[in-house]
Every structure is written in structure tokens, then in C-alpha cells.
Design a protein around this ligand. Structure first.
Ligand code: AMP
Ligand code: MG
Length: 351
């Protein structure tokens, strides 16, 4: 049985206590963070941690991110962390920023047996209070079935996990809508494993740290020897076949839209087709007479990132067989958006 609770100001502490109680008994809780909804277990309860993998259908070699509420937890679960990295987390936490460091006192199951651990202090008040109340770190991947788009609303987690977890906390839409930035600090220079809300450009300008951006961040295809185990798997994918259309510089949006229209026309007679567009191009698809949804304006990448997973799920709800999506420039948050779209896509067309 899954209990679903709507969070509001009046019940905040009551729900915090209920959630931490469920976790302390080895249960699984879907909880809001500022990135996406997480599927949490007490990180020190190995049976509960194993259940996360079963419930998600997550491959056992794909490690989880450990969520903490204070730095004492970080000191305990990590080891040999350079002062430079401590300075960085002190400045960036709580926030959408995950560091990979050497693993200290935390069961190897959370890290799929690796000698490193991925750690983050989330900025959502509920998540922080729940972890604090439990008194243990919480291992939590995104609260979706493995391979599906991450949940940015409780409804998405309900769709995927109802009946398989003890508690789902509904706190409305998440702030960023994409998962945290993951950086491996066991390498020098540090390596960007997953682009997220905090961009390498921002990290450089605010902290002066240079981060290596490996090719795989921009690639759609599987890598042979992945740096981060999560890289091997198709991710974020809607039920429908997703065709991503990329332009060289996105200077001529009419050209981009023409290519999308051509592809749509090719499939229109035999399949139900939908288009994921931007505010700037929406009007160019009107004549097709098919479902068109916008991610938002190209001048506001935060909104585009926030709507990304939600729009993929909405297209599935409309029952389309093929989704054609516009791409975005690989800069700033655009890198994060394209990383998700390329992994979700069945096919990429360059114009
Ligand atoms: P998720 O929990 O689904 O948001 O994904 C977490 C991401 O962090 C995955 O891509 C993992 O492979 C990556 N990750 C977690 N722990 C580690 C680690 N110890 N070393 C490298 N990557 C990690
Ligand atoms: Mg995930």
C-alpha cells in the first residue's frame, strides 16, 4: 500500500516525522527535492537500499546519490577529501550539486561496490528536514522506473511507483526539473560526469574551478568504459519514439522548423506524431494539425529545463507514437538539456 500525502505549510513537520519514521523502519519514501523527486531509503539500511534497485528496475552496477543534511554526515561517509573540495561544498551546498569522492563509512551497496560515493545536500526544505530528522543520510535516485523521464511532479512518481513504495510526498512541481550536476573530484582536474542546473561556466566564474568536460557528456551513444556507471544505459526516455532534430548553431529557427515539419509529414499518415517546440517556433507547426507542445522560450533555458521531462510524459499521455523534438544550443544550461534529450532520443537528425 502506498500512502500519498499532500504537503502544505500546516502539515510540514507532521509529514517530515512520518517520512523519517517510514525510512527508519526500512521503508521507501518518494520525496521532493529542488531538482526532481527522489526515491529514498536509509543509506545505512542495506535491505532498503537494495529495494530501491528492485523497485526502479535499476541495474545493480549503477550507484546511487547519497543525500545529506549537514557536513558531519559528509565527513563520515567520505574519506581523503581535499580541502579545496571541502571549500567548494561549503559554498555550494545545499544545492543541485553532487560530488564524487572516496567512500568512507557507508555501506558499499549505495555505491554499487565502488570505492567512491556520490554525495549531495539538497536545498529543498522538506528533503533537508526529513534527512535531519532521520539522522542518517538518505540514498536516493530519481523516483522513476529506470529508463523513464525523471519525475518533476508527484503524479509522475505515482504513475511509475504507486503500490511499490510506502509513502509519496506531493509538494508540487520541482524547481529545476533536471537532476543535479555531478562532478568527480577524485580526478584532477575534476570531471563533469553529468551536467545539471549548475553549469561549468557558472562554476568557473563563481569558484574559479576549471572542470574537464568529457566528450561523453555531449554524446548520445553508449561508451565502452564508462566513468560513471549510469552512462551505459538509455535514460529519460518516453514510451514514444523520440526523434531529436539538431541544428549547427540554431541561428535560423525557420530552417530547424522546416526540417521538423518534413519529418512529421513523412510519418503523419501511418503514425500519431507530436512535436515538442519552443515558443519561438510554435506557430510554424500550426498547419500540421497534430499535438504541439512548447518547452518555453529559447531565451529562458531554466524554463525549458524545468519543462523538459514533463513535456515528454505529456506527449506519452496524448498517445503519440512518434515525438519530434527541437534541439537547443550546447551552451550553459543548454548542455544539460541536450545531454538529457540525446540520451532519451531513439534517433538524432542533424540539419
Ligand atoms: P540518479 O540517481 O538516477 O540521479 O543518477 C545518479 C548518477 O550519479 C548516475 O549517473 C550515477 O552513475 C552517478 N554516480 C553515482 N555514484 C557514483 C560514483 N560513485 N561514481 C561515479 N558516478 C556515480
Ligand atoms: Mg535517474
Amino acid at each position: 500500500m502506498t500512502k500519498i500525502v499532500k504537503l502544505d505549510e500546516s502539515n510540514f513537520m507532521e509529514v517530515v516525522e512520518e517520512a523519517s519514521e517510514v525510512l527508519s523502519k526500512g521503508g521507501l519514501v518518494v520525496f521532493p527535492t529542488e531538482t526532481v523527486y527522489g526515491l529514498g531509503a536509509d543509506a545505512y539500511n542495506t535491505e532498503a537500499v537494495k529495494r530501491i534497485f528492485h523497485v526502479k528496475g535499476r541495474p545493480f552496477d549503477n550507484p546511487l546519490i547519497v543525500h545529506i543534511s549537514d557536513l558531519e554526515m559528509f565527513y563520515r561517509i567520505s574519506r581523503d577529501v581535499p580541502d579545496k573540495v571541502l571549500d567548494i561544498v561549503r559554498r555550494l551546498w545545499p544545492g543541485p550539486f553532487t560530488v564524487v569522492v572516496y567512500r568512507g563509512d557507508i555501506p558499499p551497496e549505495v555505491s554499487a561496490g565502488l570505492d567512491t560515493v556520490a554525495v549531495r545536500m539538497p536545498a529543498h526544505p522538506f528533503a533537508l528536514k526529513m534527512i535531519e530528522c532521520l539522522g542518517h543520510p538518505v540514498a536516493a535516485p530519481s523516483a522513476n522506473k529506470s529508463g523513464r523521464p525523471s519525475p518533476t511532479k508527484a503524479e509522475h512518481a505515482i504513475e511509475d511507483l504507486k503500490g511499490e513504495v510506502e509513502l509519496i510526498i506531493d509538494a508540487g512541481e520541482t524547481l529545476y526539473g533536471v537532476e543535479s550536476t555531478v562532478i568527480d573530484f577524485t580526478s584532477d582536474p575534476p570531471i563533469l560526469l553529468r551536467p545539471g542546473p549548475l553549469t561549468p561556466e557558472e562554476l568557473k566564474s563563481s569558484l574559479g574551478i576549471e572542470i574537464h568536460i568529457p566528450d561523453f557528456v555531449k554524446k548520445a551513444v553508449k561508451v565502452d568504459r564508462p566513468r560513471s556507471p549510469g552512462m551505459k544505459y538509455r535514460h529519460y526516455a518516453p514510451e514514444a519514439r523520440l526523434i531529436l532534430v539538431e541544428s549547427k548553431d540554431y541561428k535560423d529557427l525557420k530552417d530547424l522548423a522546416m526540417a521538423v515539419v518534413d519529418i512529421a509529414k513523412k510519418y503523419l499518415n501511418s503514425y500519431k506524431v507530436g512535436v515538442l517546440a519552443s515558443d519561438e517556433t510554435m506557430h510554424l507547426y500550426r498547419d500540421l494539425g497534430i499535438p504541439i507542445l512548447s518547452y518555453g522560450s529559447r531565451s529562458d533555458l531554466y524554463t525549458i529545463a524545468k519543462n523538459l521531462f514533463r513535456r515528454l510524459r505529456e506527449m506519452d499521455s496524448l498517445g503519440v507514437d512518434i515525438i519530434i523534438t527541437e534541439g537547443f544550443r550546447d551552451e550553459g544550461l543548454g548542455l544539460t538539456i541536450m545531454n538529457r534529450l540525446r540520451k532519451a532520443a531513439s534517433e538524432i537528425i542533424h540539419i
